[in-house]
Design a protein around this ligand. Structure first.
Ligand code: NAP
Length: 415
């Protein structure tokens, strides 16, 4: 029986996505919870829903349709529930599995955790997935931006982002430093702040498994483990070792390692095998610029992935076009990668590209490939015709500036 909610209205005729034999089963009218988001969320979510609905309608002629279900977080939730992240929002996403989310304000105030971080941690959405590829015509700072076509899998729950840290001079930090100096002979300066960097077998395996499965599903050539294991041996180095271990046990007949590639196969991977290699993070930052097209799927601990995904996005023209998702075993929470840009809120002027592409990723996750391809191609066409929002307009010669809503209409017209 469908759950009952206090403020969430379940759309009539909508059906729940279920799980059978460890796979999502997608009905023709899946209920998709949607968090509108704060600030520009209101503008870009409207545009995104219109584009998605049009693509699904054009691709499947009414046989399939998304049953959007508004759920609340951020300012909307605070207005309706008098709290920022109501339990029934989390319950609904956990029950319906696939959701779309606009950006959320992090309310300023002592001890307030980012709603985005809370959503990831509460639902154990351990993989932050960020595909980065180039749309022809988008201004880019590099000579060959079209060579970029990677998908970054960033671990989302551990590392120095786990939030385990103590302020310099606090009672707690003194206790930790004294204990480490006395028992481990660590020699830590007494005027230090301390942060803890946990990286576990569980977190690493969950993440790397998802990255390899993604490469298998899409017949991609390689998965690269990005780490700083030469310095941080038992965290980042272990991430690499556990990643290789997983690849050569759970996926043994689908993968070869880079050592095997050269030792056994003279540098040419047998057909259908994915090459698992690893790169030290600093070298990776160089290689993604200089040998961009040699990389395909990147699996990284939290901090490396945070830097690397923005650096990759910059190579293809910035965050305005970068989609993202937070994923657990089954749940996919698809979201724009930028924030709420409050100064532009309700002005119908920002670029909805990041959220539209996140929704396109969502359709891909539902395996509604025809609709998702339609969106990608229509965006490509719209940019090629130089019809763009203000952010791209200011960097493009001879372009026509349009509003958020008009841009969405152009994308729909170009399908
Ligand atoms: P931001 O909202 O991402 O905006 C920074 C700048 O990026 C904007 O002023 C604008 O640049 C550009 N921009 C962002 N989105 C754009 C779009 N769709 N189209 C065109 N340009 C866009 O970052 P912020 O100002 O640091 O953060 C504002 C709030 O968002 C904070 O409360 C923060 O906590 C929150 N936030 C939420 C998320 C999330 O929900 N995932 C992520 C990041 C931040 P120009 O002014 O140069 O045009």
């Amino acid at each position: 029986m469908a759950p009952k909610y206090k403020h969430i209205k379940i759309p009539e005729g909508g059906q729940r996505i279920t799980i059978k034999k460890k796979k999502l089963v997608i009905p023709n009218k899946p209920i998709i919870p949607v968090i509108e988001g704060d600030g520009i969320g209101r503008d870009i979510m409207k545009a995104t829903r219109r584009v998605v609905d049009a693509a699904v309608e054009k691709a499947y002629k009414g046989r399939k349709k998304i049953a959007w279900m508004d759920v609340y977080a951020g300012e909307n939730a605070n207005r309706i529930y008098k709290e920022w992240l109501p339990q029934e929002t989390i319950d609904a996403i956990e029950y319906y599995y696939v959701a779309l989310k606009g950006p959320l304000t992090t309310p300023i105030g002592g001890g307030f955790r980012s709603l985005n971080v809370s959503l990831r941690q509460i639902m154990n959405l351990y993989a932050c997935v960020r595909p980065v590829s180039y749309f022809k015509g988008v201004p880019s700072p590099v000579t060959n931006p079209e060579k970029m076509d990677v998908c970054i899998f960033r671990e989302n729950t551990e590392d120095v982002y786990a939030g385990i840290e103590w302020k310099k001079g606090s009672k707690e930090v003194k206790k930790v430093i004294n204990w480490l100096n006395k028992n481990m002979k660590s020699g830590i300066r007494l005027d230090s702040g301390i942060g803890i960097k946990p990286i576990s077998v569980t977190g690493t395996k969950n993440l790397v498994r998802k990255a390899i499965q993604y490469a298998i599903d899409r017949k991609l050539p390689s998965v690269t483990l990005v780490h700083k294991g030469n310095i941080m041996k038992y965290t980042e180095g272990a991430f690499r070792d556990w990643g290789y271990k997983l690849a050569t046990t759970e996926f043994r007949n689908k993968c070869i390692t880079e050592d095997e590639l050269w030792g056994k196969y003279k540098g040419k991977a047998p057909k259908g095998k994915i090459v698992i290699n690893d790169r030290i993070a600093d070298s990776m930052f160089q290689q993604i610029l200089t040998r961009t097209d040699e990389y395909s799927v990147l699996a990284t601990p939290n901090l490396n992935g945070d830097y690397l995904s923005d650096a990759c996005a910059a190579q293809v023209g910035g965050l305005g076009m970068a989609p993202g998702a937070n994923m657990g075993d089954y749940i996919g929470l698809f979201e724009a990668t930028h924030g709420t840009a409050p100064k532009y809120a309700d002005k119908d002027m920002v670029n909805p590209g990041s959220l539209i592409l996140s929704a396109e990723m969502m359709l891909d996750y539902l395996r509604w490939d025809k609709a998702s391809e339609m969106i990608t191609k229509a965006i490509e066409k719209t940019i090629k015709k130089k019809t763009v929002t203000y952010d791209l307009h200011r960097q493009m010669k001879g372009a026509k500036k349009v509003s958020t809503s008009k841009y969405a209409t152009c994308i729909i017209d170009n399908m």
